[in-house]
Ligand binder design. Structure first.
Ligand code: IYR
Length: 228
């Protein structure tokens, strides 16, 4: 390795298979209890919890380490109201015509419709923007790579962090989402990616009775023989 390579040692402690499995199973058990929520309490959520979730998300790997994301965190009541009104208008048009019959049927078990009252009452809305490109210090365009993949991974880590803190969210994607750029005054290089309402579920919260695909439906294996 050349002297000027800018590398530093990386040697995380090696843990045993047994301890690794215990940790992995514990995380799986916790994440398996996560559900997308549409009934949010108005109970406050400290700003620091949102900060931690954004920092956690920003540990995600990204194309050429460009970290091509911006998290817009909103607790301002008038902005939340504007987002609700604009989202409901787009969703109403979608549910009443833009969405195909097949799509509406696929959504039926979720019990969703165009109304999103929680967008106004939830303590935080976090809008994740994907940066299609960045800027060099001189203002010229800087290329970003694998933006959708990178931002998708960050979104997953954001969701996991919220869940670990006892918070709930929903991956809401009103379509089209351009109104979020307008309301939040975001620049042209940022595309709305997912809108996350963040808060605690109400005591009366219900979720659809869904199950997850078993391992054999989400994986294929090509195993070699391990020498003992
Ligand atoms: N964006 C709409 C519709 C919707 C679409 C999918 I795909 C979902 O998994 C859930 C909802 C809405 O939020 O209601």
């Amino acid at each position: 390795m050349s002297e000027s390579s800018g590398f530093i040692p990386y040697s995380p402690p090696r843990i045993s298979h047994v301890d690794g499995l215990t940790a992995g199973r514990a995380l799986y058990d916790r994440l398996d209890r996560r559900r997308s929520v549409r009934y949010f309490s108005e109970d406050p959520v400290p700003r620091e919890m949102i900060e931690i979730a954004i920092r956690t998300a920003s540990t995600a790997p990204s194309g050429a380490h460009m970290q091509p994301w911006t998290f817009a965190a909103i607790s301002d009541a008038s902005i939340k109201r504007q987002i609700r009104e604009a989202a409901e208008e787009e969703e109403r048009v979608s549910y009443e015509g833009r969405m195909s019959e097949e799509w509406r049927e696929a959504l039926a078990p979720l019990g969703t419709d165009w109304q999103k009252p929680y967008l106004e009452t939830v303590p935080w809305i976090v809008v994740l923007f994907a940066q299609t490109f960045g800027h060099h210090p001189d203002g010229s365009k800087k290329k970003h790579y694998y933006v959708k993949e990178s931002v998708g991974i960050a979104a997953g880590m954001f969701i996991a962090s919220l869940h670990e803190m006892g918070l709930a969210t929903l991956t809401h994607t009103p379509s089209p989402m351009g109104f979020l750029s307008d309301i939040l005054g975001r620049p042209a290089n940022e595309r709305p990616y997912i809108l996350f309402p963040v808060g605690y579920p109400t005591p009366e919260c219900v979720v659809p009775d869904l199950s997850r695909k078993p391992l054999d439906q989400v994986s294929v294996w090509f195993e070699g023989t391990v020498e003992k």
